[in-house]
Design a protein around this ligand. Sequence first.
Ligand code: PHE
Length: 466
Amino acid sequence: MSEQVSSRGTWSGRLGFILAAAGSAVGLGNLWKFPYITYENGGGAFVLVYLGAIVLVGLPVMMAEILLGRRAERNPVGAFRVLSQGKAGARLWPGVGMLGVISGFVILSYYSVVAGWTVRYIGLAVSGRLETLAAHPKELEAFFREFLSSGTQQVLFHTLFMGATVGIVILGVQKGIERATKVLMPLLFVILLVLVGYSVTTPGFGEAIAFLFRPNFGQLTRGAVLEALGHSFFTLSLGMGAMLTYGSYMRRDNSILKASAVITFLDTLIAIMACIVMFSVIKSFDFEVTKSAVILFTTLPTVFIQLPGGSLVSALFYLLVAFAALTSTISLLEVVSSFAIDELGWGRRRASLTMGAAIWVFGVLSAVSLGANETLSGINLIGRSSTEGVFGTLDYLASNWFLPVGGFFIALFAGWSLGRRESQETLEEGHGPMAVYSFWRFLVRFVAPLAIGAIIVSVILGVEYN
Ligand code: PHE
């Protein structure tokens, strides 16, 4: 196995893993998706369920995934195969890894389309046109609607983004992924801080905070609870082997507990900051949100024109969002590619190019399902505006079903198939005796699987909570 380790590469230092994993976690999930699903689900109670899911399910499952990856030093399919050898269900466990690889394939296909929107917005901001449009929210909305329904433009920007992702994944673990993250992630944080600082001065700030943190459980539906759970997986890049794959490149002198805690904290903080900014605008300017799925692109620019140097700030902001998305798409493609490299014996270049091309083709379906193609745009499983089209359908299925199901089995495997000695050994490597080990084990053995199982069953049976 040691020969394989050296050819797979590792992160350069302690910081390398945290940066890359945080780069994977922080992305469109925090800046695009979390604000709009929080808005759709009425705020407070939804946020509370989400926070609960992060702490009780997300954090322990993240530790479980990294632990499996580091122990096996493989892609998700290989990791389950190696680690389940000689254990019950050894033939079935690799299937969980396979579900992860498929989830990565599906998520990347539509994620890259949204990431493409940020690229369009960089251009729009640089040319100064965004400022003009944002002065009249209705015009910006009309512009955006037209942009969505232009198949050519959607495919073009999706192509650009997939191209960039493939290029970086070909360069490999250290050179490509790590280097860029070090500079741009902190910058994104700073600019968000500035925006939060601005929103504190707006009249709607208080209302925005109340909306976010004052729970109204009467509004909470079973669909919303499943969505909060699913999103806690999506935003932390869990349930499909991304953290497992990144963990397979992690050095053994890193503490899994500390790294997981830092990543989870940062990811949650950024999501909440994004909400504060966007809801302050909505509440301050009586903003009419007709399509919540595009708040990041139609509401937020209103903030920028209030700031000095608005065009510049917005250009920089969308550039950083594009970058945050890129560090996430890299991790998605890395899961699929590392599967092809380890399991099919392909070279890195061939794996990234072939898988990237296949994902691109599949993503075209999503790109033209935002209005360009009537049939593909018309599909809608559960009838919500955000689940429209191939695009909305895939997002709904992957986030709400694939990831929680994947997370369920990852928790079961780490809690029940791995023995106490095995998991404790890997978690304490680079950490030393871990006081909370038994607590972690309790969470992955009981709390996480039961919570995920109960939510999924309640949705399938159609049980309402109130
Ligand atoms: N966590 C990323 C985000 O919030 C999305 C992602 C999901 C990345 C799953 C990798 C794996 O944007």
